[in-house]
Design a binder for this molecule. Structure first.
Ligand SMILES: [Zn+2]
Length: 385
């Protein structure tokens, strides 16, 4: 397991709280995806279980630290979203979910750093929350306390089911058994139940710095040039940066493919040909609209870049490699930054449609048409230059 990257001031405050015995019994670590929230949760577990710590950082060498880092400490219980096992009858579901959880943990042990990009929807189901509750009612196996990490706690409320799973956890947070601690993480606090938020103490983590992400990628063995490019696109997230790295064959990584696909939508939105949106839309499936949300997030970044160029701040682009294209588009279409900013609302509307499971082809066709309407309605648009 790699050492924690960054988050120095958070670590210092946590270590101090540990020494002063003021560490909250239910902590909620918040921050963007892929910045190391779960790694920090493990670090806090080390902080609590380390037997040879002398203030400051846990030692990472003692038996307890090593078992935490191998996810083998009997008093550390880690719950995380899993993809619902297919073709399993209701009476076997609890067992299948528990097996899926162990598989995920084994994956994590083998590959602790991975791209934040995932295509299959995962959730923490009621049966898993009940398993958590069952364990919390037992005494710690050997340490003075037992720790529960609940990763991506917002996924306790899967869209398609009742909020029961969250309620099972909620009852625990309300009256935590003695010697029991909870560390929850979330990158989408807006989707968390209010009741979970009100029963936990939040710890906000910031994105990592560009040098932190770059150095980490290089340490992993990434070519320094590729590391710099991926880090620049990562918004301070190691998980994102990994998704931008090319694969072994030099093909773009999964997030870079999404970024490029979002660029195609922007290009169609800047085109005067109404047919462009339809031909682009046909390249999408007719179901699975929720999968469009990450693509729309990328489109929003493209539009913000376009607005930056229109406002004369072309040196602040996320997509630095497309500066020349954006500059030309702004010039040729006479785009005003205020007009470009309106396109963000257009993307937001499509995002709502995607969450509402509208047919993806309709979403994309409508999106391009509205982008054209918004972006090309500038008074100067279309006038000969
Ligand atoms: Zn230790």
């Amino acid at each position: 397991m790699h050492p924690v990257v960054g988050h120095r001031s958070a670590r210092a405050s946590l270590a101090r709280a540990r020494d002063e015995m003021t560490l909250p019994s239910a902590l909620l670590i918040l921050g963007p995806r892929g910045i190391g929230k779960q790694r920090l949760a493990l670090w806090i577990s080390q902080l609590l279980l380390c037997t040879s710590r002398d203030g400051g950082e846990p030692c990472s060498q003692c038996r307890n630290c090593r078992r935490v880092l191998r996810l083998e400490h009997p008093d550390l219980h880690w719950f995380l979203p899993v993809v619902r096992p297919k073709g399993v009858s209701a009476d076997k579901l609890a067992q299948a979910l528990e097996e899926a959880r162990h598989e995920r943990l084994a994956e994590f042990r083998d590959t602790p750093v991975r791209s934040s990009h995932s295509e299959e929807p995962a959730a923490i189901y009621l049966a898993a929350a009940q398993e958590l509750r069952r364990r919390a009612r037992t005494r710690p196996a050997e340490a003075g306390e037992q720790l529960f990490i609940v990763a991506d706690a917002e996924s306790l409320v899967p869209q398609e089911s009742s909020p029961e799973a969250a309620n099972a956890l909620l009852k625990l947070l309300e009256e935590p058994p003695p010697d029991t601690r909870f560390i929850l993480t979330s990158s989408e606090p807006g989707r968390l139940l209010d009741t979970i938020r009100s029963r936990t103490v939040p710890l906000h983590l910031s994105p990592l710095t560009l040098p932190e992400v770059t150095a980490f990628l290089i340490e992993l063995g990434t070519d320094p040039d590729a590391a710099k490019k991926a880090a620049a696109l990562s918004a301070g997230s190691i998980g994102m940066a990994l998704g931008f790295l090319p694969d072994d064959g030099g093909e773009p990584g999964p997030l870079d493919r999404l970024r490029r696909r979002a660029f195609e939508i922007l290009r169609a939105g800047l085109s005067r040909n109404p047919g462009d949106g339809y031909s682009l839309a046909l390249g999408f499936k007719v179901t699975g609209a929720r999968g469009l949300v990450p693509l729309l997030d990328f489109l929003e970044i493209w539009i913000r870049d376009l607005a930056a160029v229109a406002a004369g701040a072309g040196d602040l682009l996320v997509n630095e490699d497309a500066g020349e294209y954006l500059r030309k588009a702004v010039e040729e279409l006479g785009l005003h930054p205020a007009v470009v900013s309106e396109a963000v609302a257009v993307v937001e509307r499509s995002r709502r449609e995607a969450r509402g499971n509208v047919n993806p082809q309709l979403i994309v066709a409508g999106l391009v048409a509205r982008l054209q309407q918004t972006l090309l309605s500038s008074p100067l648009a279309g006038s000969p230059s």
